[in-house]
Design a protein around this ligand. Structure first.
Ligand code: ATP
Length: 235
């Protein structure tokens, strides 16, 4: 689905991502883990076209999208759910969902709205509420549902569990699993490395803008260096 080669992202003189290469196979979840400031969000943002790509190549289903505008990438099926949800606080839940589908014919959108409200019942209950009045977990559901309204082929999920209570973290990972099982391809960025690797088939560890370890998720889960640095104790 995605093949990234030698991607460098730079903010002026600061190279946040340095010549990284990775792939995401269709119908799987791949995860990027690493410490704060390692370049994970910059990588996702460059794939979406909102962070400055200095060099490298991004192939989506074999097509080079490196120079495409953001909206053209979205239309091609590359959709990001950004870190911090970024729902439009003053607009209703329904309006936020509709915005996710603003490029699509209205006739299709009604059926998708219905599907989202079935999948995320809280969004039906709070349909007319201002998005800013939702709890953090509810806003995350809304942000994911808004992304799905664009009918993605590849969903980029940036820290979906950030700041959520443990029960909601579990719910978020259940949703990721469901989406994966429905055939969606996902590139996930997560601080919560253990749960991220549990739902992924492949993982990349990024430190200081470089991929330093990569491999099948089950191998990474038993890699002593990863256990020591990212997994720690616990289940
Ligand atoms: P976090 O988990 O904290 O979000 P991250 O791995 O996603 O970390 P990035 O947010 O991609 O890391 O940041 C990588 C580096 O790029 C950091 O040094 C950060 O300060 C810098 N950076 C990110 N965005 C910008 C920007 N818009 N302008 C300048 N520097 C930036």
């Amino acid at each position: 689905m995605l093949e990234v080669t030698d991607l460098t992202v730079a903010y002026g003189p600061i190279e946040a991502v340095r010549s990284v290469s990775f792939t995401v196979q269709a119908g799987t979840v791949a995860t990027l883990i690493g410490p704060n400031g390692a370049g994970k969000s910059s990588t996702l943002n460059a794939l979406s076209g909102v962070a400055p790509q200095r060099c490298g190549r991004i192939l989506l289903e074999g097509q080079d999208i490196s120079r495409w505008s953001v909206h053209r990438r979205v239309a091609a099926g590359l959709v990001q759910v950004p870190e911090g949800r970024l729902v439009l606080a003053g607009m209703s839940v329904r309006e936020n969902l509709e915005l996710g589908a603003y490029r699509r014919p209205r006739t299709e959108v009604a059926a998708d709205l219905e599907r989202m409200e079935v999948r995320f019942p809280i969004l039906r209950e709070r349909r007319n509420a201002a998005a800013g009045t939702l709890s953090g977990g509810e806003q995350q559901m809304l942000a994911i549902a808004r992304g799905l309204m664009a009918r993605p082929k590849l969903l980029l999920l940036d820290e979906p569990s950030l700041g959520l209570a443990p029960l909601l973290v579990r719910t978020v990972f259940e949703i990721v699993t469901e989406l994966r099982n429905s055939g969606l391809t996902i590139l996930l960025v997560e601080q919560n490395a253990r749960q991220a690797l549990n739902v992924s088939s492949f993982g990349y560890v990024i430190e200081n803008g470089k991929i330093v370890i990569e491999g099948p998720a089950d191998k990474l889960r038993s890699d002593p260096a990863i256990i020591r640095t990212y997994l720690g104790q616990g289940v």
